[in-house]
Design a protein around this ligand. Structure first.
Ligand code: X8Z
Ligand code: ZN
Length: 642
């Protein structure tokens, strides 16, 4: 569980996950991985109980924790909602106070729970204790003053990002903010407008201005982040971990080492596909901007990939379209033509879930969600999903634009809300994804089902183009999103794990960031960066303190889920053409997994939906197989890699 709105994005108690290593090995069901090895134990832990611990006492303990968490989290989430949708001096303080309370509670209970280590406990009690152990994703030190400082930094980092704005004369006339008239244009732009420039402009210097500009907002975060790492590590040690990264890596039903090896194993499967995509896109950009600007053999300058962080490249689709004009529906245009607005987009996504036999969203969802960026106040626009107080009070918070990218994000967020909805009856500690990658992957799986055939069925497009060229175009547009993301999804937490463990000192924060960007993504900074900068802070999840490896896991799992659901739906044909829209049998499979929450180790949840027990990148490779072949052909004679 994460005390903050979990997933920063998914909110709910535990959105951040917590599958953890249990204390002295809780009984595990057959078929589950070996009990994880916990991080080194700190001997100073104070044991609170009196006399020998018993299983009955352990049961009472988890029941009390369940009650307390519901209350504490309910309050903290409500306050976080207000702060994120109305950032002011006061709401920041209120949020920090509420977080501090949860932090204090969790650290205390984690220590107390040590008394049950080694007991033979009923599986559900053992599992809750196991999950509790990893629940303090942001572990505050026990010292009151330090805890206060820690909570305040956590809140401030998030707000600095939310309020971020860059002003420059060079931006006057570009991506004018909504509600501002041309004559009042002061050149000040928020992330939304700067991102629009990055996605739409092809003017090298303007792109550079927007890219550099957004990175000015994160410079002041550096000393705060450094202190955050010190305090968080201190708190982590107090509850028995070597550093914060050991907690973050801990909740995957396996040891830290096994987890890292598992992530590497999956990456080895997908890396050749990424390299081919990179090679092709780089050649197109080099032809467009010139070899002096984009070297045909080196890394790609980060501001040219259509996304502020170069994490997903779908904005470049038109620039790199394999067969120009061959049947890729322009969904943004289709939605605009049919007068889609934010509500209609959310309804469309909800319709996909209900078509599978799931319940509609509650009326309060429509009343309490935030769909549009308010004109009169600062909010955290980064999309998130919420179940305030684990009470079925489902919401999303998003600054929706009418375009395809946001339609996918809406599916993503509703995936979180439907997970909340279906594991609602579980104890609080089980109200999280089987692992956090599962939580992130649900809505994305449905978004893969937004195929041309589905779009025709719902009347957004008139006809489906059936040709090899149209298929390659479709796969290219998908790969610019799903494949381009993979190394980015992996490197973000590589950076944090190494920062938290002390392998990377503050004097190398930025240099190490760019080393990983180059090594993993083959992306380079367009201008010199120094240790005056703090470029990691310009990506939401760093100041938002949301673990990121979950998105990498999700990007792989979503294709595995898709393959399973399409099998269930009896679909025959290439995976990329499959939609399981309207298929109740597929819906049943998905619900069976959602209902489990984290009550069982994740391999059992994976089994419930797919019959498989291992994460496997072969589904994503199958999905893109025709594109891989096409790319290899196209890249012949090129020196791929960087
Ligand atoms: O943060 C998100 C979601 C909220 S959980 C909008 N995503 C990552 C990102 O934006 O960087 C979804 C994809 C990756
Ligand atoms: Zn998410």
């Amino acid at each position: 569980m994460t005390l903050r709105r979990g997933i920063g994005l998914v909110t709910s108690l535990f959105t951040a996950a917590v599958l953890a290593s249990a204390c002295g090995g809780p009984p595990m069901e057959p078929d589950t991985p070996p009990p994880p090895v916990s991080a080194p134990i700190n001997e100073d832990i104070i044991e609170d109980g009196q006399g020998a611990a018993t299983p009955e006492e352990a049961r009472r303990f988890v029941e009390q924790v369940d009650k307390d968490l519901r209350e504490l989290m309910g309050n903290a989430e409500r306050v976080a909602w207000v702060k994120m949708t109305y950032i002011t001096h006061d709401t920041e303080i209120l949020e920090a106070n509420a977080q501090e309370q949860v932090m204090e509670y969790l650290s205390r209970k984690i220590k107390e729970a040590r008394r049950f280590e080694g007991l033979d406990l009923p599986p559900d009690v053992a599992r809750q204790l196991y999950l509790l152990k990893f629940s303090a994703e942001l572990p505050a030190p026990n010292d009151d003053a330090k805890r206060k400082e820690f909570a305040s930094i956590v809140t401030k980092l998030d707000s600095i990002y939310g309020k971020g704005e860059y002003c420059s004369k060079k931006l006057v006339g570009h991506a004018l903010p909504k509600g501002k008239s041309k004559k009042d244009d002061d050149g000040c732009r928020s992330l939304e407008e700067l991102s629009k420039i990055i996605a739409e402009s092809r003017d090298y210097d303007l792109l550079l201005e927007a890219w550099k500009g957004w990175r000015t907002i994160s410079k002041p975060m550096r000393p705060m982040y450094q202190r955050f790492v010190e305090l968080g590590n201190e708190g982590a040690k107090e509850i028995g971990f070597s550093d914060m990264g050991a907690i973050w890596k801990g909740h995957y039903d396996m040891s830290n080492q096994e987890f890292v090896a598992e992530m590497d194993r999956l990456y080895a499967q997908v890396k050749p596909l990424y390299e081919q995509l990179h090679c092709y896109v780089r050649a197109q950009l080099s032809a467009k901007y010139g070899k002096d600007k984009v070297s045909p053999t080196g890394g790609i300058p980060a501001h040219l990939l259509g996304n502020m962080w170069a994490q997903e490249w779908e904005a470049l689709y038109k620039d790199v379209e394999p067969y120009p004009g061959k049947g890729q529906p322009d969904l943004t245009a289709a939605m605009k033509k049919q007068k889609y607005d934010h509500t209609k987009m959310v309804k469309l996504a909800e319709g996909f879930f209900t078509s599978l036999g799931m319940k509609p969203l509650p009326q309060t969802f429509w009343e309490r969600s935030l769909f549009l960026k308010p004109a009169d106040r600062d909010v955290v626009c980064h999309a998130s999903a919420w179940d305030v107080g684990m009470s079925g009070d489902l919401r999303i918070k998003m600054c929706i634009k009418v375009d395809y990218e946001d339609l996918v994000t809406i599916h993503h967020e509703l995936g979180h809300d439907y997970y909340f909805m279906y594991y609602h009856d579980q104890p609080a500690l089980f109200q999280q994804g089987a692992n956090d990658g599962f939580h992130e992957g649900i809505g994305d799986t449905l978004a893969l089902g937004v195929t041309p055939a589905y779009l025709k069925q719902i009347g957004l497009i008139d006809k489906v183009q059936e040709s090899k060229e149209a298929d390659i175009n479709l796969l290219m547009s998908r790969a610019l999103e799903g494949v381009a993301f993979l190394p980015f999804g992996k490197m973000i937490d590589q950076w944090r794990w190494d920062v938290f463990s002390g392998k990377v000192p503050p004097s190398q924060y930025n240099a190490y960031w760019w080393k990983l960007r180059k090594d993993f993504q083959g992306v380079i900074p367009p201008v010199e960066r120094t240790e005056e900068d703090f470029d990691p802070g310009a990506k939401y999840h760093i100041p938002g303190n949301t673990p990121y490896i979950r998105y990498y896991i999700a990007r792989i799992l979503q294709y595995q889920f898709l393959r399973a659901l399409c099998r269930e739906a009896g679909f025959q044909g290439p995976l990329y053409q499959c939609t399981f829209y309207g298929n109740k049998a597929a819906g049943e499979k998905m619900m069976a997994m959602l209902k489990l929450g984290a009550s069982k180790p994740w391999p059992e949840a994976l089994k419930a939906i797919s019959g498989e027990t291992k994460m496997d990148a072969s589904a994503i490779l199958d999905y893109y197989a025709p594109l891989m072949k096409w790319l290899e052909e196209k890249n012949k004679g090129q020196k791929c890699g960087w």
